[in-house]
Unconditional design. Structure first.
Length: 527
């Protein structure tokens, strides 16, 4: 269920939220209990589809990453979370910390809706407000609205932008400002949505993007400015895109491209990057920020991920790297999610850089190499660096290379040519492959087909391309030449080991590496 449908359906229960104390100047949110029954704990700990080295809550539903930051020697990740069920609803901010981007510790719930207030219908996506004396975040709250002021059409609900601060060195407790800092869109501006603030500071001025759009025109990001981070003035759209027309059976403006949500904007190299989510996809744009007119001009653009990856948010890490986080969506029914007891996880972080031609390059941080175990390589150790594996060596490797417990990493380097080849992850006990990666032989426009999606190849100077696969329970993340990505879900009840198979033009293979991945917890509870 998407945000709009859930919020409209939840309006019927608004009477339960109305009788509540008014907020004082600041209201501190108390952590909520998140205990697991012994039976549920055992169930989650032995679910082979539950990831073991991705960040996810101990149970229940999670979605968008929010306000990731490096603070006082720790990485902090907040994310949207339903404390009551494994399905979407009752949005809070959950919280986890890490010393290294890899191993995570669960913290108490960070921010909860205040009944009867400006965020009583949910705590939605937000970001760090940089440059403040205290740790500060901006987030979207949802409140009941009159029809003329609603931003979720037909729902009687309005999205407002809210501010919270923390003086806790561990960022456990947060204090809300007593009113929104932006109480809805500018007067007279008819928008298709108004959420997911993304701020930055330039000199002595703060700027803020809000995801939005215009009916029949297309998505947009609205630009605000402020001198104190609390009083904001609307300027204009920083960027907007054309609408491609109605989509049969779709009424949500996000699904039709009439709204951009979850914007992210940051400098990278000598350019700026704008990311946004729409039509259930994430797009990247590399270009130039005109600081005189405060307009963003796209020079290159593309699809960030071809699969179940959405609602991204970036941060600068302890090493000054631009690190991107995203939500790995589910592809199961609500009934299946309730039965499982959990839903969603965070994608592996991706370090963003600019590739030649100002295309976006994505690399999983080197820290994840520490989780590798039982690595098997082809050609074998000690072979010459330029050795091409023989057919016998490949056949032998395919018979012995395995991924245990559905947690592993595969790196395949090959030279695109005229031949056809297929790399598969196959359950050892039979059944359909978890994933097939097919190269059909087109030197003029080399591409790899995965899950019926065609991913462009960008071979290196020596003519080689690299496929990098991470398998973790039901999650499969694939990077192709660090330019193209696809995130998949596979819920087949495959037990036993996963076998690697290579068929077709074996002469194109340069190297193959298969590693197991150590879990980051002993019980799949990521703590």
């Amino acid at each position: 269920m998407d945000r709009r449908k859930f919020l409209i359906s939840s309006l019927a229960s608004s009477a339960l939220m109305a009788a509540a104390p008014a907020l004082s100047a600041f209201s501190e949110t108390a952590p909520a209990s998140d205990m697991l029954s012994p039976a549920l704990q055992q169930k989650l700990a032995h679910d082979p589809l539950r990831p073991q080295f991705h960040l996810l809550p101990r149970h229940n539903w999670m979605n968008d990453p929010c306000a990731p930051r490096y603070y006082k020697g720790e990485y902090h990740m907040f994310f949207q979370y339903n404390p009551d069920a494994a399905t979407w609803g009752d949005m809070h901010w959950n919280h986890a910390t890490s010393p290294d981007l890899v191993h995570w510790k669960h913290m108490p719930l960070a921010i909860a809706p205040t009944p009867g207030s400006f965020d009583s219908f949910g705590i939605f996506t937000g970001s760090v407000l940089p440059g403040m004396e205290q740790a500060t975040v901006l987030y979207t709250g949802v409140t009941k609205s009159t029809p003329e002021r609603e931003t979720i059409r037909g729902g009687g609900l309005r999205e407002v932008q809210c501010l919270a601060t923390s003086t806790d060195p561990d960022l456990r407790s947060w204090n809300k400002l007593d009113k929104p800092v932006i109480d809805g869109p500018p007067e007279g501006l008819k928008v298709t949505g108004f959420r997911d603030p993304c701020p930055w500071k330039d000199g002595d001025t703060w700027y803020l993007l809000i995801g939005s759009g215009f009916t029949g025109k297309g998505g947009a990001v609205l630009l605000y400015s402020s001198k104190d981070g609390r009083n904001w003035s609307y300027l204009h759209p920083l960027a907007q895109g054309p609408w491609s027309g109605p989509v049969p059976g779709k009424t949500d403006p996000v699904d039709t491209g009439e709204m951009w949500e979850c914007p992210d904007f940051f400098p990278l190299g000598d350019k700026h990057v704008l990311l946004y989510s729409t039509e259930r996809k994430v797009y990247w744009n590399v270009g130039v920020l005109d600081r005189k007119e405060m307009k963003f001009h796209t020079e290159k653009q593309g699809l960030l991920d071809h699969g179940f990856y959405y609602a991204m948010k970036s941060m600068e890490d302890a090493q000054g790297r631009r690190v991107l986080w995203g939500w790995v969506e589910e592809h199961r029914s609500d009934e299946a999610l309730r039965a499982a007891g959990w839903a969603g996880c965070m994608a592996l972080p991706r370090v963003l850089t600019l590739a030649p031609g100002n295309e976006l390059r994505m690399d999983v941080p080197a820290e994840f190499a520490s989780l590798r175990r039982n690595t098997q390589v082809l050609p074998p150790p000690g072979a010459p660096a330029d050795m091409t594996p023989t057919a016998d060596q490949i056949q032998h490797a395919m018979a012995t290379m395995r991924i245990e417990d559905r947690a592993g990493e595969v790196v395949c380097v090959f030279k695109p040519g005229d031949g056809t080849s297929t790399l598969e992850l196959q359950p050892n006990e039979g059944g359909a492959p978890l994933v097939s990666m097919v190269y059909n032989g087109d030197i003029a426009a080399p591409a790899l087909t995965i899950a019926e999606k065609k991913l462009k190849l960008t071979p290196d100077k020596a003519g080689f391309s690299t496929i990098h696969v991470w398998l973790d329970g039901s999650v499969i993340e694939i990077l192709v030449d660090n330019r193209e990505a696809i995130t998949l879900r596979d819920y087949s009840p495959a037990g036993g080991d996963i076998q690697i198979s290579l068929s077709g033009d074996a002469a194109s293979l340069r190297s193959l590496s298969v590693s197991g991945i150590k879990p980051i917890s002993s019980d799949r509870l990521t703590t």
